[in-house]
Write a protein that binds this ligand. Structure first.
Ligand SMILES: NC(=O)c1ccc[n+]([C@@H]2O[C@H](COP(=O)([O-])OP(=O)(O)OC[C@H]3O[C@@H](n4cnc5c(N)ncnc54)[C@H](OP(=O)(O)O)[C@@H]3O)[C@@H](O)[C@H]2O)c1
Length: 327
């Protein structure tokens, strides 16, 4: 039950790059929580970030933030290859952890993080924000209740064409760079959250010279010839939509489907557009959910469960095996 005067949850952020800025902006819009502290490898960056978002404390060491006894929850916004290390650091200091996607580099790392959360009896959740967005919840409900009959086919893509910069985490193999883990996770999430674990996977990829995947085309096959056609690419801008073809109609999540967006229902050739009246960047929904879990004394989300994070990573691992991408 929601308390009438809930405790203000004090947040910390580790890794002050692009996504940390967006998260900090949305944190301000969520009730009964505040950005208390931030940590960067650079004192200057930490100080600047703290000033911009009114954080009380800044650190030039991630460990110092993890040890701060005033902090309730920590958001991990470092590159993929550090998610396990930084989550475990915070969990071992009994801090609730919201860790960016992909949860880690592979299933073995995910299992280690979950085991550490359990050993410390501390909340851990993968920050797959799309799961918490009202338009995505709407689509999930429509599919689960078979409002338009059974789901027969899914098409989902995510492609953009960034300037090639081998210093960026997106292109660096050592930081888990490449299209699949960075953006391919969203089309795969669309498939796994609606159709589950595929019976069979077909995938092919193109690679940059440094063995980081530039693009990936994937087909998941399920019972009754149901298929999911998925794509991620850093070589071109693609529609970045998700289309769920059902027996009696099509549900289309408009571009970009993984963030606040609109939904079109297409039934008998008639189109109806649904607007979800988003007021934030979209991170506020996962933050509010996480705050509530903390207030309720939960150690696992009932939406982004450990089982789901495992399945998602297991599926990413399987796709990587197909295309010969090893980390
Ligand atoms: N949910 C979403 O919508 C979304 C969107 C974008 C990214 N992400 C995820 O968030 C994570 C961070 O992405 P980003 O785009 O914010 O990346 P970014 O701009 O490169 O920021 C990552 C930050 O991590 C810290 N870091 C620690 N060790 C590092 C190293 N060896 N090399 C580079 N940076 C290091 C740095 O912060 P300091 O220098 O301050 O320590 C850096 O600014 C990724 O896992 C990504 O998948 C999620």
């Amino acid at each position: 039950m929601q308390q009438s005067n809930p405790k203000v949850i004090k947040w910390g952020i580790i890794g002050l790059g692009k996504i940390a800025h967006k998260f900090a902006q949305d944190l301000k819009t969520v009730e009964s929580c505040e950005l208390y502290a931030v940590a960067s490898r650079s004192s200057e960056n930490a100080s600047e970030f703290a000033k911009t978002y009114n954080a009380n404390v800044f650190y030039d060491s991630y460990e110092a933030l993890a040890k701060d006894e005033h902090i309730d929850a920590i958001y991990i916004a470092t590159p993929h290859s550090f998610h396990k290390e930084h989550s475990i650091l915070c969990l071992n200091h009994k801090k609730a952890v919201l860790c960016e996607k992909p949860f880690a580099m592979n299933l073995v790392e995910v299992e280690e993080m979950i085991a550490t959360a359990k050993a410390n009896d501390t909340l851990l959740m993968e920050a797959l924000w799309t799961y918490f967005l009202p338009h995505y919840q709407y689509v999930l409900e429509a599919l689960q209740t078979e409002r338009y009959g059974k789901l027969l086919k899914l098409e989902a893509d995510f492609g953009f064409h960034p300037e090639i910069n081998m210093n960026s985490r997106v292109f660096k193999k050592s930081l888990g760079g490449g299209s699949l883990l960075d953006i391919g996770i969203y089309p795969i999430f669309a498939a796994v959250s609606t159709l589950g674990i595929p019976n069979h996977i077909d995938a092919k990829a193109e690679f940059f010279d440094n063995d980081v995947d530039a693009s990936c085309d994937i087909i998941f096959s399920y019972d009754n010839d149901v298929k999911a056609y998925l794509k991620s690419t850093l070589l071109e801008k693609t529609p970045t939509e998700a289309l769920f073809y059902c027996e009696k109609g099509t549900i289309k999540i408009n571009s970009r489907f993984h963030e606040p967006s609109t939904v079109i229902l297409i039934v008998d050739g008639k189109e109806t557009t649904l607007d979800f009246d988003y007021k934030t960047i979209g991170y506020s929904y996962e933050i509010a959910h996480f705050n509530q879990l903390l207030r309720d004394g939960k150690t696992e989300s009932d939406v982004m469960t450990f089982a789901f994070s495992r399945t998602l990573m297991q599926t990413l691992d399987a796709v990587r095996k197909h295309i010969g991408l090893n980390y």
